[in-house]
Design a protein around this ligand. Structure first.
Ligand code: NAP
Length: 469
């Protein structure tokens, strides 16, 4: 994409229009771009991503069977219709571009980097095969090109640790009849693996009680109401599942769902789903692969903090998924709050570790506030950041020392293959064509090799076939 080929950018350069870089093409970055365009539809915006595909967690995080939420991508895609908006895919901050380059070439930079690291349990045996983070498991079933294959053959019991919505997502993908996943965009190899044999027993283990869960009611009900699933709820203290009008609405609804779930009868259950509260993982055992999980019963101490009771329970299990939250990643040259796992900021204005403002640099999404909230939370979050960005731009000249020089052209002339929006449209067409041939909306392409071929201009065989038809 040179200046000559990029009408949008040439216009931006010629008019001296303000230029903003958004780093991360997930929902938070795209909501930020949407907010920026609402301020000025002519603004020049480059949206970078390390992948050749936009939409971040909408594509690789929101569960494949949550198709209504996935469709938010259709709305967010309109951002790329902006006159001077470019997708700059396959370009990674820290590897292909530096913070200094961004500060030089743009009037403002918005970091929308998400939270790509997962928390650890810190117990022995966590490095055994069969102990995965939910992030790794999700990446596999979402067809992320970095994912490693997961083998479920021989898994009789899976233990999911954590009682938030990610735990629900991974448990549901394990427990759902595979024919109910067949119309999703999951890669064929994933559907084959999930379809081989069901995992007959899935535990969801919370280190605290049912009143301290982070689930939302809709997600919990969707899981416990799956066909062929029998539910047990265990480990809670007497009365802890009872309704209590001093509790908030979400917690009361979750307790109702947990009380009602075991009453549903599944005469010959395909999957037994077992909730176990007030237990934490003590260690994982097995020679090379997880064979069993030792749990310790827990209780609140007099101050309400968690303490162990030295009462043990051993589960024979072949897969452990820790769904205990995500954290942001420190990137070279950028300030980082190691305790919170975020880039330090004041309502989206980036600061250094000592609270000193970093003019012209902003944050949105999970790297701004931590890994909490649903996709829609990012809209108001981005609006707050963009409000400050806009005030700052109105008040001063911005940070760009040489914003007329096009960084994308600099990268391309250095031989860096950039995936533009047209490249994504080729990938999109190929995935749709593969899906259509199987009666599905889309089948994800999950290998770097195939993605790179499409970025380079190859036309997919299935897409060609569809065009001929
Ligand atoms: P989360 O909601 O923060 O839940 C994390 C869970 O892990 C909590 O139950 C927490 O328990 C537990 N945990 C943390 N450290 C632990 C440890 N060392 N040992 C045992 N348990 C531990 O995080 P999440 O499930 O990753 O979700 C992230 C965000 O995405 C949430 O806002 C969620 O609602 C959202 N999300 C939404 C959907 C949806 O709407 N369908 C789907 C997926 C994710 P404690 O409370 O005891 O720390």
């Amino acid at each position: 994409m040179t200046d000559a080929e990029s009408g949008a950018d040439v216009t931006a350069l010629a008019t001296g229009r303000r230029r903003v870089a958004v780093i991360g093409a997930g929902p938070s970055g795209l909501f930020a771009a949407q907010s920026l365009l609402a301020k000025d539809p002519e603004l020049s915006i480059d949206i970078y991503d390390r992948l050749p595909t936009p939409y971040g967690l909408l594509r690789y995080g929101v569960a494949p069977d949550h198709t209504a939420i996935k469709r938010v991508a259709t709305t967010l895609a309109r951002v790329f219709e902006g006159r001077a908006v470019r997708f700059v895919g396959q370009v990674e901050l820290g590897r292909d571009v530096t913070r200094e380059q961004l500060r030089t070439h743009y009037d403002a930079v918005v970091y929308a980097l998400g939270a790509s690291r997962d928390a650890h349990l810190g117990v022995s045996g966590e490095d055994l095969a069969g102990c995965l983070s939910a992030r790794e498991f999700v990446a596999w079933y979402e067809g992320h090109p970095d994912a490693s294959p997961v083998v479920l053959t021989g898994v009789e019991t899976a233990v999911v640790v954590g009682v938030g919505n990610v735990a629900i997502d991974v448990a549901r993908i394990l427990a759902k009849p595979v024919d109910e996943l067949a119309d999703t965009d999951m890669p064929d190899a994933v559907l084959d693996e999930l379809g081989r044999e069901p995992v007959p027993e899935v535990w969801i283990v919370g280190r605290r009680g049912p009143r301290q869960t982070a689930f939302t009611q809709v997600e919990l009900r969707e899981l416990v109401n799956l066909d062929g699933v029998a539910v047990t709820v265990d480990g809670h203290r007497p009365g802890e599942l009872d309704d209590d009008d001093t509790l908030d609405r979400r917690t009361r609804a979750v307790l109702t769902a947990l009380r009602e779930a075991p009453e549903r009868t599944a005469p010959e259950p395909r999957v037994r789903l077992r909730f176990l509260f007030w237990h934490r993982v003590w260690r994982l055992d097995g020679p090379g692969e997880v064979e069993s999980v030792r749990l310790e019963a827990t209780r609140p101490d007099t101050e309400g903090r968690l303490e162990g009771t030295e009462q043990w329970r051993d589960l024979s299990a072949q897969l452990l998924l820790r769904a205990i939250g995500y954290r942001g990643e420190r990137l070279p040259g950028l300030p980082f709050d190691t305790v919170a796992g975020i880039i330090p900021n004041a309502e989206g204005r980036m600061t250094d570790e000592h609270g000193q403002p970093q003019p012209g640099e902003y944050v949105v999404g999970w790297i701004k506030r931590g890994a909490v909230g649903v996709i829609g939370t990012n809209k108001s979050d981005a609006a707050e950041t963009v409000r400050h960005l806009w005030d700052d731009l109105a008040a001063g000249p911005g940070t760009g020392r040489d914003p007329r020089a096009d960084l994308v052209a600099v990268l391309e002339s250095a031989g860096k293959p950039v995936a533009d929006f047209a490249a994504w449209l080729r990938i999109d067409a190929a995935e749709r064509a593969r899906g259509e041939s199987q009666g599905r909306v889309r089948t994800k392409i999950a290998t770097w090799q195939e993605l790179a071929g499409l970025v380079a201009g190859d036309e997919d065989e299935a897409a060609k076939e569809m065009r001929r038809a």
